[in-house]
Design a protein around this ligand. Structure first.
Ligand code: C2G
Length: 139
């Protein structure tokens, strides 16, 4: 039975390094809200500016996101201030981030609705990296 979703185009951003269940659950909840999900994936250069080094290079992170059934389109995230333009270009009605960013993007309320969803506890790319590092150190 076709289920009408509350929004059309929904936009979110992230690094999505070492793709894990926390990322999947966020994208699944976003896909339940909107009929077309766009993900802005942070490029390696943009992440360098964030002081973030990923385990998985940009092209591969994009390939993983494109393989996710909850994602309809992946665009590059190259700058903090690209969001208003992306919202306009893609006609986004809703912008969503995990609540570790709560309040950080309220300025976008001038362009569309903004929603922060609860993060999945006890899992992160940083944590996975740490676990792998410990495992390799003890082997
Ligand atoms: N996330 C989550 N639960 C986790 C880990 C992450 O819901 N256990 C969510 C984050 O809240 C975020 C998304 O997954 O909305 C992607 O997380 P990151 O890859 O860590 O994104 P980040 O590097 O913080 O980039 O312009 C915004 C930035 O691109 C955000």
């Amino acid at each position: 039975m076709y289920q009408q979703k509350p929004y059309g185009v929904v936009l979110t951003y992230g690094t999505f390094d070492l793709f894990h269940a926390g990322h999947v659950r966020l994208l699944e909840r976003i896909a339940a809200l909107g009929s077309y999900v766009i993900v802005g994936c942070s490029t390696d250069e943009f992440n360098a500016g964030k002081g973030k080094v990923t385990a998985i290079p940009y092209e591969d992170r994009v390939e993983v996101l494109n393989a996710c059934k909850f994602v309809d389109l992946v665009i590059p995230e190259t700058a903090w201030d690209q969001k208003p333009g992306d919202i306009k270009t893609h006609g986004a009605e809703l912008f969503v981030m995990g609540d570790d960013w709560a309040g950080e993007f309220d300025d976008l309320k001038a362009h569309c609705e903004v929603l922060y969803l609860p993060r999945t506890p006890d899992i992160s790319s940083t944590q996975i990296k740490h676990t792998v590092k410990c495992a390799s150190a003890s082997s």
